[in-house]
Design a protein around this ligand. Structure first.
Ligand code: CP3
Length: 348
């Protein structure tokens, strides 16, 4: 066990071990959206902070909610509390989160719109997020890794084009038409994402994840052009400045094309959505996922049997246990705990 005393290994991070192909002492576990509204202690800090964005940009409170799930559960990593839309916000677009409705963001739909965007590197928003990273890292024990993140260009661009709505048709039309402003927006997001991730790493993030939540919108040529290539460029750009920091790629919904994501040079691991069979991933690839978050609404028996099924599909030295997507609002925290305990028992 990681917490055993005096074995000289208790400070090792199982997450970083698996990501860097060292022998891990146990199967690392963390959950997407592990900090969030399903936790009463999150709701109470969120109320104190005011809005969701006020919380994201308040380093003390953001560090507190980043750490909250690790107090409850025996997890191997914390994920920075922020949002993928921090990047467009730091570029100068107005952003707000409507209660119960999600993000509302200024739109970018032309070369003129694009020219107004600022670099994120020196922004107040990125500075606040990096302060959260520093504060969180100092509060975590060394066996618990801190993961930074950004959204992938396609997903972030789809919010910028659609104004925050989940309707991605306009972004897809621009992609199919190869609109010059859209291609330039993707290029710009590649550069800004590299800056943003490198700033988080310099501040103390030990691994980073790229979230392409809407990657499954595209197929074939467009998938290659607007999902795989831009992500590959970010992985290479971060890798050239921080070669020792692992990058996890989560291109959600690309199904059998996961093999393309798995083949991205430089990616330390790939995240896999629920719908994809983990057993299909080539043996030499580290995978993260893919418990259905709905199982966490379905009771103890369902949690136990699904967790065991998933653990049985992949060797623990190349598996990071996680969900196929974020924890849902309304999840009973006790069932998250049950999932963690089931993984631990499976590997004994
Ligand atoms: O615990 C964690 O995972 C860390 C923090 C985190 C958040 N968002 C906090 C958040 C991370 C990694 C994200 C990523 C994110 N944000 C993604 C990619 C992952 C995914 O879910 O597919 C996307 C697409 C977003 C954009 C976003 N943020 C939307 C569409 C919404 C509204 C929907 C919702 O769940 O409310 C958010 C809000 C958001 N981001 C919340 C949290 C905890 C809920 C806000 C609240 O407290 O009211």
């Amino acid at each position: 066990m990681i917490d055993s005393k005096g074995d000289g290994q208790s400070s090792r991070s199982a997450l970083l071990d698996v990501l860097t192909r060292r022998k891990a002492l146990r199967r690392p576990i963390w959950f997407m959206r592990q900090a969030g509204r399903y936790l009463p202690e999150y709701r109470s800090v969120r109320e104190k902070a005011g809005s969701f964005l006020d919380l994201c940009y308040n380093p003390e409170l953001a560090a507190e909610v980043t750490i909250q799930p690790l107090r409850r559960f025996d997890l191997d990593a914390a994920i920075l509390f922020a949002d993928i839309l921090v990047v467009p916000h730091a570029m100068g677009l107005a952003l707000r989160f409507e209660e119960g409705e999600g993000p509302v963001l200024d739109t970018v739909r032309s070369m003129d719109d694009l020219r107004t965007l600022k670099p994120v590197g020196s922004s107040w928003e990125v500075n606040q997020v990096c302060q959260t990273v520093r504060l969180t890292r100092t509060q975590l024990p060394s066996h618990q890794a801190l993961i930074g993140f950004c959204g992938a260009p396609w997903t972030v661009a789809s919010y910028m084009v659609g104004g925050g709505s989940s309707d991605r048709v306009q972004a897809k039309v621009a992609a199919y038409q190869r609109q010059p402003w859209f291609c330039a927006l993707i290029d710009r997001l590649v550069e800004e994402s590299i800056e943003y991730l490198c700033a988080q790493i310099t501040a103390g993030a030990q691994a980073v994840q790229i979230f392409d939540s809407w990657a499954g919108d595209l197929v074939a040529t467009e998938l290659e052009e607007f999902v795989m290539k831009p992500i590959g460029r970010i992985v290479a750009g971060v890798g050239s400045r921080h070669p020792l920091t692992p990058v996890i790629v989560f291109a959600r919904g690309v199904g059998v094309q996961q093999k393309k994501a798995a083949a991205l040079p430089g990616a330390a691991a790939i995240g896999v959505e629920t719908e994809f069979d983990l057993g299909e991933i080539p043996d030499n690839v580290v995978v993260q996922g893919n418990l259905d978050p709905v199982v966490l609404l379905a009771g103890k028996d369902a949690v136990r049997s699904e967790v065991k099924r998933i653990c049985g599909l992949v060797d623990r030295q190349r598996h990071i246990f996680n969900l196929g997507h974020g924890i849902r609002v309304g999840t009973d925290p006790a069932l998250v705990g049950e999932a963690v305990e089931t993984v631990r028992r499976f590997d004994v």
